[in-house]
Design a protein around this ligand. Structure first.
Ligand SMILES: NC(=O)C1=CN([C@@H]2O[C@H](COP(=O)(O)OP(=O)(O)OC[C@H]3O[C@@H](n4cnc5c(N)ncnc54)[C@H](OP(=O)(O)O)[C@@H]3O)[C@@H](O)[C@H]2O)C=CC1
Ligand SMILES: O=C(O)[C@@H]1CCC=N1
Length: 273
């Protein structure tokens, strides 16, 4: 399978790292990005071919992954349209937050073989999760192609309604940043209590990794797992009581809903153009 990436930034790099020489040879991956340094690094690490602007090789791929910022999607669609092999009908996979398939299809002159996805950066180590939705023009074989690509870098979740991608974006697309934010807070607290920066990082990493694995392997709800750590009148009780008093859970729910609203807003703003 020949895969082209338009945009070779953070998320494309995470996907390429998981795919190259695993699902398909690095030589079957073509990356388009204006940054020569980033392209040279990708070529050196994974053996991908590169171009500084969308070219015939990108248009001729079996699957074309659009991995530019939402604000650049319209311009990229305009660059791609004349190069798209209309007879072959390659699959377009968009990973941009907010951008709706209906708008992308319009920018591509009515092209309707689009899968809209929302991956996340743990794809870099094969531990991503991607929400996915297909438009009507996507064949069963193309649906499988999209699933094969995103399954190569982690789990996939197919959605019955594309609008749910904004919720996936808010929970798992942006989610790694929430985890890193919480780890930063744990590290800060560890430092303020006299532990070294290394010890704080080690404790936070092992705690997140261990708790996530425990939750994944348990048949019980996470609430029960949390209660099992929380001895009555003990230390965890003091911490959770403090978090509840500060409204941490409500703040996290509100933050995730703000991310969802921003996704919808991006779709409204950029789709209207
Ligand atoms: N980062 C993440 O965790 C996730 C990101 N996404 C989505 O992925 C997309 C990319 O995000 P991310 O990788 O973080 O962004 P980056 O800015 O890291 O990468 C985008 C790349 O595209 C390049 N670019 C801009 N215009 C063009 C063009 N016309 N042709 C080819 N390349 C171009 C940019 O170059 P330059 O910088 O010079 O403009 C940049 O190198 C976004 O739409 C985002 O919503 C989805 C899930 C998670
Ligand atoms: O912050 C963003 O807009 C992108 C989408 C999900 C993760 N990063």
């Amino acid at each position: 399978m020949k895969i082209a990436f338009i945009g070779g930034g953070n998320m494309a790099t995470a996907l390429i790292a998981g795919l190259a020489n695993k699902l398909t040879a690095g030589a079957n991956i073509h990356v388009v990005d204006p940054n020569a340094e980033a392209l040279a690094r990708l070529h050196q690490q994974y053996g991908v071919s590169t171009a500084s602007a969308t070219d015939a090789a990108a248009g001729a791929a079996d699957v074309i992954v659009l991995a530019v910022k939402p604000q650049n999607m319209r311009e990229v669609a305009a660059q791609l349209l004349p190069l798209l092999d209309q007879a072959k009908q390659p699959l377009i996979v968009s990973i941009a937050a907010g951008i709706r398939s209906v708008d992308l299809a319009r920018w591509l002159g009515g092209y309707d073989a689009i899968v809209r996805c929302m991956p996340n950066t743990p794809a870099l180590i094969g531990m991503g999760i991607t929400g996915m939705a297909a438009t009507g023009g996507v064949s069963e074989a193309q649906r499988k192609q999209a699933d094969d690509i995103l399954s190569a870098v982690g789990q996939t979740v197919w959605l019955d309604d594309e609008s749910k991608i904004d919720a996936v974006t808010a929970v798992s697309g942006s989610g790694p940043a929430y985890v890193f934010y919480f780890m930063e807070a744990m590290q800060q607290a560890a430092a303020e209590m006299g532990l070294s920066a290394e010890q704080g990082l080690q404790l936070a990493q092992a705690t997140f990794g261990g708790a996530a694995q425990l939750a994944a392997r348990s048949t019980e709800p996470v609430q029960v797992l949390r209660e099992r750590v929380t001895s009555k009148g003990g230390t965890t009780y003091a911490a959770i009581t403090s978090m509840e008093a500060s409204g941490v859970k409500a703040a996290v729910v509100a933050a995730i809903k703000a991310a969802q609203a921003r996704g919808k807003e991006l779709g409204d703003e950029l789709g209207a153009a």
